[in-house]
Design a protein around this ligand. Structure first.
Ligand code: AMP
Length: 491
């Protein structure tokens, strides 16, 4: 484990590369989680714990920046939060201000330079940037900046913001940040430190979540409330779509609201799959939303069966909702191995179900001879589900009925969810009947788009682009030919 260091001149981040081995999981992967801590002693420890709670949002790399009177400190590395940091390294990340990030690359590939927080020094101080989301005008902005002489250190869309701040002609740092943000289009929940001042901003549609919490004299901003719970911090409120706040030594100041979009459009897929069910984001409990999806699914696609089982863990809440509404008992019919991050795979083991078998295993005693309803949160490529069906049949299931707690995913995401391209999405390529046949199930039912939206109507409207093809924020890079309309390909 490498130790963090005081930033040398010129700045060189410290990297740890413990886990550079193979990924066995060929599903699409999660995106990012962000945290900012201000006004708490040992802010790095709080940031670490919060990142630990946000690990589901990105397992590829993690980083923490802190600032104290001696200046900035940084440690980032490839791997899980618990692998990148230990108590010794955290102790060297001194200060009462911290910014942290976990990632899987939604933009910019996954080389080490792209690990966040992205760090730079400009005329007014040290910048550390943690970004969740995806800018839809990144290539357009980048081209203009490069044409004007900017030199980019990373291939990440997030670095664009740093250049925009550095070249802003405004006098105050607040105005520079504000000015830079107005150029961005698309999805961003940002936590940015300039020395010991934290700025947190959410794009005007609020695609990605961002919450504010308080602990004693300190404040925390984070992607989800589970990152506050782990600190014993109180949830204060969501950072509103378009809101920019500033936190200095624990004191929060609302800076402004960015020009508002027609209406907010938080991502409904956060509720379907991404966020943790114990989190509350954009004014709604993720567990309650998923249960409502499950209940609605049961009423839209009833079926006679002996047991409802979930594809753990992301479909647990929806399956409970299905069981509650249908009266069919919920059973623990499938287990998930939680320890399969990255593993060496012998190529000879790579039969078609191997990836799924590494992760899931049916409980034979629950499924044998039973008509089971399997509830999953979503179908993306359909590869895992096909394997799960085969595994369930091998374990003796008499009937396998598949129910999906969201509509068919048909469209790529340009707002920061790490989805495959359009051609790889099973819901885009095939009809429901064809998918049913392809999966080898006795029946298949998807939650309808209207049903999904009605289930969370109180907290909508939502971005439903991946289900509906309605993209609320302009796709500037697609329109200008920088990005394929099939979707970002580096995800
Ligand atoms: P598959 O249909 O085999 O591609 O896998 C679909 C499953 O992957 C869903 O049931 C989700 O639990 C999970 N999933 C959905 N979207 C994503 C995503 N963007 N990244 C990682 N996993 C996802």
């Amino acid at each position: 484990m490498e130790q963090p260091s005081k930033l040398p001149e010129p700045f060189t981040p410290t990297f740890s590369m413990k886990h550079a081995s193979l990924h066995i999981d060929d599903r699409p992967r999660e995106e990012c989680g962000v945290v900012g801590v201000s006004g708490l002693d040992s802010a790095s420890e709080s940031a670490f714990l919060s990142l630990y709670a946000l690990q589901h949002r990105g397992q590829e790399a993690a980083g923490i920046f802190t600032f104290d009177e001696d200046g900035p400190h940084i440690l980032k590395g490839a791997g899980l939060v618990g692998d990148v940091f230990d108590k010794w390294s955290l102790r060297k990340l001194l200060g009462r201000t911290a910014v942290g990030h976990v990632r899987y690359s939604t933009s910019g590939g996954n080389d080490l330079d792209n690990i966040q927080p992205i760090i730079a020094r400009y005329s007014r101080g040290n910048i550390a940037l943690a970004h969740n989301g995806n800018l839809t005008n990144h290539f357009d902005l980048r081209k203009r900046l490069v044409d004007e002489g900017a030199i980019f250190r990373t291939t990440s869309d997030s670095e664009t913001l740093i250049h925009l701040i550095a070249k802003s002609r405004h006098d105050s740092i607040d105005a520079q940040v504000d000015d830079a943000l107005t150029h961005l289009e698309g999805a961003y929940s940002i936590v940015l430190a300039i020395d010991n001042v934290i700025y947190a901003a959410r794009d005007p549609r609020g695609f990605r979540p961002l919450v504010l919490g308080q602990k004693g004299e300190g404040h925390i901003v984070a992607s989800e409330t589970c990152a506050l719970d782990i600190l014993g911090a109180d949830f204060v409120r969501d950072v509103e779509p378009g809101e920019v706040i500033k936190i200095i030594d624990g004191t929060v100041e609302k800076l402004r609201s960015l020009p508002s979009a027609d209406q907010p459009a938080p991502c409904v897929f956060e509720l379907v799959y991404f966020a943790r069910p114990d989190s509350r984001i954009s004014g709604i409990s993720v567990d309650r939303a998923r249960r409502a999806f499950g209940r609605r699914l049961a009423s839209e696609h009833p079926v006679e069966a002996d047991a409802v089982i979930a594809v753990p863990d992301s479909a647990n809440s929806a399956a409970l909702g299905f069981a509650e509404c249908s009266g069919i008992p919920f059973e623990l019919g499938m287990l998930r191995n939680h320890y399969i991050g990255r593993t060496f795979i012998n190529p000879s083991q790579k039969d078609r179900d191997f990836g799924a078998r590494m992760k899931y295993n049916p409980v034979r005693e629950v499924v044998e001879g039973k008509r089971v309803v399997v509830v999953d949160d979503s179908l993306v490529r359909g590869t895992t589900s096909r394997s799960l069906v085969r595994m369930l049949r091998k374990s003796g299931a008499a009937k396998v009925h598949f129910r999906i707690g969201s509509p068919p995913v048909r469209w790529p995401c340009f707002y920061g969810i790490d989805m495959p391209t359009k051609g790889e999405l099973i819901g885009s390529a095939l009809s429901v009947k064809e998918i049913e046949e392809g999966l080898g199930v006795d029946s298949l039912g998807y939650l309808s788009l209207d049903g999904m939206l009605e289930a969370v109507a109180e907290t909508g409207p939502y971005c439903t682009a991946c289900f509906s093809g309605d993209y609320p924020a302009p796709l500037v890079d697609v329109d200008k030919g920088f990005v394929s309309e099939q979707g970002p390909t580096n995800c």
